[in-house]
Write a protein that binds this ligand. Structure first.
Ligand SMILES: Nc1ncnc2c1ncn2[C@@H]1O[C@H](COP(=O)(O)OP(=O)(O)O)[C@@H](O)[C@H]1O
Ligand SMILES: [Mg+2]
Length: 287
């Protein structure tokens, strides 16, 4: 089912000569997990702003083409209604913290307060996300005194508590170590299993390959490649164009170049491991 349709969309920020998005044509379907990658300034955050409706409801500038959210043009949606439908975790966690609450606990509850959720349910939801994100030790702290990584978790918690149907998540792990990054990906995967539509901008392509249903590669304001992770990361053109691809795909392309290809271009470590094991058992004659 269609969730968000973009038809021939172009966009220029106010006072900017260049187009931040050019002729974007893409449909995000309900319940799928989209991984968005690409170099700096490619337009990834602008795409998030668009899909969340901040363009045109917050950012002015020149928007052309159609942006349909559940079939209705974004310009006709009420801006605050959109914020209850689509959760947005900003690239910079410092902009996400409200600055008006004294404790992390109250900060996480703020969005729910604004929705008018009753107190009992609010407490339950907040306790659940605090446990999920393992931030029990932060709840009494002042949000303004947190480190970047802690803010990233709190921002994530605030949005998950809102239980939106669609989640737009812009580089949520940029300030996190590998272990916390893995936790976040597991949580995102769990949200997907609840039927949520997820758009995730992330540079960690190994994880994108493992979890996404579809991958979009942005370049210079447009979608240069899109398809399943296998389709996209099997394409050797990506290497020539400087797009980061998973380790397993690099290895696979390398072996192909040496005329020792795997059975297919592997994109996850698990796939590569299985291909290596298969090859080893062939060599040992036990295959
Ligand atoms: N608020 C803004 N005003 C004007 N130009 C902007 C603004 N935000 C981003 N841009 C420009 O739009 C282009 C795309 O930026 P962005 O969407 O942030 O890319 P990415 O997230 O891929 O790094 C860049 O050229 C950037 O300089
Ligand atoms: Mg960005």
């Amino acid at each position: 089912m269609k969730g968000i349709e973009l038809k021939n969309v172009s966009y220029q920020y106010p006072l900017s000569e260049a187009f931040a998005l050019k002729n974007i044509h893409y449909t995000f379907e309900k319940g799928k997990f989209y991984g968005i990658i690409g170099p700096n300034s490619a337009g990834k955050t602008t795409l998030c702003n668009l899909v969340r409706g901040l363009i045109p409801h917050f950012y002015e500038g020149e928007l052309s083409g159609d942006v349909l959210i559940e079939g209705k043009d974004v310009r006709e949606w009420d801006g605050s209604l959109l914020s209850t439908k689509i959760g947005y975790i900003f690239q910079n966690p410092f902009t996400q913290i409200s600055g008006v609450k004294d404790t992390v606990l109250e900060e996480i509850a703020l969005g729910l307060e604004n929705l008018g959720i009753d107190k009992e349910e609010m407490i339950e939801r907040v306790i659940n996300v605090v446990k999920l994100l393992k931030i029990e030790d932060l709840i009494k702290k002042n949000p303004n005194n947190l480190s970047g990584g802690q803010r990233q978790r709190v921002a994530f918690a605030s949005i998950i508590a809102m239980d939106n149907d669609i989640l737009v998540i812009d580089e949520p792990t940029s300030q996190l170590d590998p272990e916390s990054t893995a936790d976040i990906f597991e949580i995102i995967n769990m949200l997907k299993s609840q039927g949520k539509t997820i758009l995730l901008v992330e540079h960690k392509v190994d994880l994108i390959a493992e979890y996404s249903d579809e991958v979009l590669v942005m370049e210079n304001g447009h979608i240069a490649y899109s398809g399943t992770p296998s389709d996209v990361f099997s394409n050797i053109e990506l290497i020539d164009r400087g797009v980061a691809i998973p380790q397993a795909a690099l290895l696979s392309h390398d072996l192909q170049r040496q005329n020792k290809p795997f059975d297919f271009i592997t994109i996850t470590n698990e796939q590569a491991k299985q291909q290596i094991m298969k090859r080893m058992s062939c060599v040992n004659g036990s295959y």
